[in-house]
Design a protein around this ligand. Structure first.
Ligand SMILES: [Zn+2]
Length: 296
């Protein structure tokens, strides 16, 4: 297999965190823990995307729901917060490590909300290399979808679901609590080792990701609590540094292209080796390829 073929295969295998992990993960050993971010607002960490929780006098809303085998642990963690059962679910995007619990929560009476393209991708089989993902059962599909955004008036806050053009996929919502000044970034922000994940096969695009990040950074302040899609709690300064890192990578890759280099030559030039991002889900080759394949 050529180097590019290997990269394509690796990206295809890695694109959906859900399935390769589902086969191997011992779900019994996964712990779902809760961290209170503000009164009535928490983040649940387990396996998969971070779950935002709003609870209080009105209803419980969660943002993303990790993997299906964790649904009962997620419910137990929510109960542990003193919250009522989940009434609303928001999906930041369609990936299986953020929507795996949809079927369970849909069946137990929650209403699922997401950008239009999340429902479209969940409802249709998605081909990634040799793997076919989905379609999801009806109960797992968002019931309310939107092209730009919407607002929940809930638990004493205004919770904005905002679509700024995506970037990680073509259906990324950013969720912003106005009063409590908290933002959930979905996978537009990975605070874990490795490089950002731009899922070009799902309509992701590094230029859209940068635009979305710029708009969020303009909207928030130094007090804002930032929930990344993966990894521990963060803040505006770290988010801005992440955005700047992406910009620098794009500048280097595009300069290489303008010099007439091929993608293979650009990868071989190891342009991002000094970034020191550690080993993660997406390596430098995968990120360079995604930048290369993003239409500007
Ligand atoms: Zn994702």
């Amino acid at each position: 297999m050529t180097k590019l073929g290997r990269i394509a295969a690796a990206l295809g295998a890695g694109t959906i965190l859900a399935s390769p992990l589902t086969a191997q993960t011992n779900w019994d050993s996964v712990e779902v823990t809760a961290e209170e971010v503000a009164p009535g607002i928490a983040v649940l960490f387990g396996r998969g995307g971070n779950i935002g929780v709003s609870h209080g006098e009105d209803a419980t809303l969660i943002i993303d729901d990790q993997y299906a085998p964790l649904s009962e642990k997620i419910e137990a963690a929510i109960e542990g917060l003193g919250a009522s059962p989940v009434r609303y679910v928001v999906n930041t995007h369609w990936h299986g490590d953020h929507t795996g619990g949809n079927e369970h929560f849909g069946e137990t009476g929650a209403t699922i909300f997401a950008h239009d393209n999340v429902r479209i991708r969940l409802a249709e089989p998605q081909q990634r290399g040799e793997r076919t993902i989905g379609p999801s059962p009806k109960e797992a599909l968002p019931v309310v979808t939107y092209p730009q955004g919407m607002r929940f008036h809930l638990n004493g806050d205004t919770i904005n679901l905002m679509y700024f053009g995506g970037g990680h996929t073509d259906g990324d919502s950013v969720v912003f609590w106005e009063e409590d000044n908290i933002v959930h970034m979905g996978d537009l922000y990975f605070k874990i080792p490795g490089f950002p994940f731009i899922d070009v096969a799902s309509g992701g695009n590094v230029h859209n990701a940068m635009r979305t990040l710029d708009l969020v950074i303009m909207m928030i302040d130094d007090e804002t609590k930032v929930i990344p899609g993966h990894g521990p709690m963060s803040n505006k300064a770290e988010l801005a540094a992440y955005r700047a890192m992406i910009g620098e990578a794009v500048t280097r890759v595009e300069a290489s292209r303008e010099e007439g280099n091929s993608l293979e030559e650009t990868i071989a030039a190891r342009l991002l080796d000094d970034f020191e991002r550690g080993e993660g889900f997406i390596d430098a080759d995968g990120f360079v390829t995604a930048i290369w394949n993003s239409d500007s």
